[in-house]
Ligand binder design. Sequence first.
Ligand code: MN
Length: 452
Amino acid sequence: MKIIFTLDGGLEVIDLRSVLDKFRALNMVKEINIELSPKFEIPAVMQKYDNGPVLIFNRVKNHKIPVISGVAGSRKVFMKQLNCVHLTDFYNKLLSAVSNPSRPEIVSDGEFYDHTLSSDLYKLPILTFFEKDRAPYITSGIVYAKDPDSGIQNASIHRLMLVDKNHLAIRIVPRHLYSIYQKYRVKNQPLPVAIAIGVNPLVALSASAPVPFNFDEMYVANTLLDKQLTVCKTPNTDIQVPSHSEIIIEALILPEDVEEGPFLDITGTYDEVRRQPLVEVNQIYCKRNPFYHGLLPAGAEHKLLMGLFREVKIYEHVKNVVPNVRGVNLTLGGTGWLHAVVSVSKQTEGDGKNVIFAAFSGHPSLKHVVVVDEDIDPYNMEEVEWAIATRFQGDKGLVVVSNARGSSLDPSGDQQTGLTTKIGVDATRPLNKPKEVFMKGIIPHNLNLDEI
Ligand code: MN
C-alpha cells in the first residue's frame, strides 16, 4: 500500500515537489537561503552535504530557478519512497519492477506545457562543478529517444556540456542511445530527443534499469510507482516524457561532433577530452516555478543513480549461488561502481569463490569484490576490513583475473583496449576450523549504555 503521496482527495501525486514535501515532513530537507553562484559555490555546498540531507538552494545568483540535490542521494530516500524497511525487500521490489514492466498511462498534455524559456539554456541554473571542468554541465538530464525501427523508446542519463545559448555536447557511451543515434548518423540525419530535468527519483533511477535494448525504462518506473506514472508527448515531438517533469528540453542530436571534457566523472578523476555529438536545443518548457535538479558528479546521488540497479543485479546473481544474501554494497569509496562487498550465509566450502564469480557476472564493470559472512555488515567498511584481516589468506582466498573487460571510467585500466585486472577476496571464515575461533568476543553486562 502506498500512502505517502496520497492527498486528501485520494489523488496520487508523484512529482518531484511532492517527494520534497514528503522528505520535508520527515525532516530530511535543508533549505539554503543565502545567495550562491551556480559556478563552484552550489557544488561546494552539495559536496559538504553529500551524505544528506536533501538540499534546496532557493537563491541562485543571476537565476530565478531554484536548484535541488540529494533527492536520490541515499538508499534511505528510495526505501522511504517505496515504504521498504528491509534492504532485501527493497532489492526485491526493484527486481520485480524489472520483470513486471507496465505501460504508463498516456495523457494529452504535461504540467510543463505552461511555460517556455524559448531555446535559451542560459535561463537554466546549469552548474559548473569542478576546477578543471571545461564548462557548466547538466548532470541529471534523462534523454528520451525513439528507436526508428521498433518505435520503442529508450531512457538514459547522460552528461550534457553547455556549449552556447542553444547547444550542448552529449557524452554517449556505446549502449542503447548510441545504437539509436548511429541509425540516424549513418544517414547524416539528426536524432530527435527530449530531455527531462526534475522528475520523481524513481523515474531517474529507472533510467539505469538493467534492461535490454528496445525495452522502455519508463515501464519499469511505472511499476515502481504503483502504476501512477503518466506520460505525454512533448509539444513538438513524438517522444513521450513523464508529464510531471519540471523542465523539458526538445532537441536534436546532430550528426557532427565537438570537443567534450575534461569533466570530473564518477571516479572523482577527470575524464579525458573526446569528440562527442553536438546537441541543438529547439525549445525548453517548464512548469510554473520549476525546480532544477543538480547532481554532483562523483557524489552519493550520482553513484546511487548509476549503481543501485547494478547492486540489485549482483544480489540477484549471488542468490543463485547461496540462498541467503544479507546485502550488497557498491561502496562509495569504490566509486559506487568498481568495488562491491557482498555479505552471505556461506553453506559449503567454496561458496565464497562462487559468490565472487556471480558478482562479476551481475555487474560486468565490477573490478574488486570482497565476500564476507553474514555477521559482517557490508555497509560498515571497518567491519569489512576486520573480516579481511582475520578471515582471509591471500594464497587461498584470492581470485585474480587478468585481461578482463573493464570500465572505461577507471584511469588505471588500459584505456586503449578497455582491459583490466579483476580481483576477488573471499573473506569468509573457513568451515574446517571451529566457528568460535573467528567470532568477535563480547563484554557481558546488564547496563543500559544509552543512559550513561
Ligand atoms: Mn535502454
